[in-house]
Design a protein around this ligand. Sequence first.
Ligand SMILES: N[C@@H](CCC(=O)N[C@@H](CS)C(=O)NCC(=O)O)C(=O)O
Length: 361
Amino acid sequence: MSDYTLYAAPVSLFSGKARAYLRWRGADFKEVLTTTDVMREIVPKIGWPVIPVMKTKAGVYVQDTADIIAHVEAQRQGPSVHPQDPLLNFVSALLHVYGDEWLVLPAMHYRWNHNEDWTYGEFGRMAAPDDGAKAQYEIGKKRGQMFKGFVPMLGITDATRGCIERSYEAFLDEFSAHLARHDFLLGGRPCLADFAFYGPLYAHLYRDPASGDIMKARAPKVTAWVERLRDGCSGEGKLTLEAVPTLLPLLTRHFTEHLPILLATDSLLGGWAQNQDSGAELPRAFGMTPFMIGDCEGQIIARPFSLFRLQDAMDIYAAMDSANKARADSLLKSSGGEALIDFKGAARLGRENYKLVLKGT
Ligand SMILES: N[C@@H](CCC(=O)N[C@@H](CS)C(=O)NCC(=O)O)C(=O)O
C-alpha cells in the first residue's frame, strides 16, 4: 500500500499542483482518477465536491493543496519547499497567492473560450472512463457547466477578454525572461510558488490543446519549466536572492491586477465578520466587486479564500525581525505592493472540517 492516495484528475488545476509537488518530493503515492463513483466516496468525507483530496495510509483525508503540501513536508527528508531566508519565503508565499488565486483568470478564459468542446470530452473521460466518446461528451457537458458558470464570475467577459489575453502574453514574456536566468522561480530548485504556478500553467494553459499551442509558440522556456515540473525534476540546486530582480515584473503585475481586489474583499470581510461569531463558516463569495485588468473594466467575484492565502504571506511578514522587514518593505515598494506594508487583514481566517471559518477579528 502506498503512503498516500491522491484523488485527482489530469484536467484539474489543483490536482496538477499537488501531483507535481508529490513527484518532486519523491513521495510514495498512488493517483486515483476522480470518476463519478470515486466522487461519491469523497464527498461524505470532505463535505463538498472538490479535488484534489489526499488520503494517508492511516485513513486521514487531507484537502486543500496547501494542507496536502504541509502534511507531506512535515514528514519530509531533504530540502524544504519553504525557503529558509525570510524574504525568499515571503516572495514564495506572495507568488503562491498569484498562482492559486489569480492565474486562474487566464486559465479559465483560455479553457472555456478556446477549448470548450475538448474540455467537455475531458470531463466525460474523467467521470466515466469506460463509456464511449459520445456518452462521455454528454456527461462531461453536464459536469463542465458548473465550471463554465465560473467564467463570468471571474470577470471574464467580452469586455475584458482582450485585456486578459494581453496580460497573459505579457506574463509569459516576463516569466520567460526570468527563466532565461533561473530554472525555477527562486533559483535552482522548486519552491511552494513553483507548484502554485504549475497548477494553471500545466492543467489549463499547457495541457488544453489550443492553450498549449499558444504557450509553446510564445514561451518555449515556460513550456520547458512546465515539463521539468511535470516530470518530477530532482531540483537539487539552491534557492537564491539573485532570483528576485527578474521576479519584480511578475510581482508588479500581480499587485497591479489583483491587490485592489484583495483589498476590496478584505473590506467586505470586515463588514461581514462584525455580525459573526468565531467559528462561523465563510460564504464562498461576498458578491461581485469592480476591477480593472489593463484598461478593461469588469466585475469579479470577491472570494474570501484568496485572503486566506494572503494571510499566510502576511504571517511570514509579521514574524520578520526589523532587518528582514526593511528588505521586505523595499521589495513591496519597488513592485507596487506598498499597500501591504500596513495591511492587517479585517479578520483572522482558518480552516475547520475542510471549510473556511472565522477565527477572530
Ligand atoms: N484551494 C483548493 C482548491 C481546490 C479546487 O478548487 N479544486 C477544483 C478543481 S481544480 C474543484 O474541485 N472545485 C470545485 C468547487 O470549487 O466547487 C486547493 O488548493 O486545493
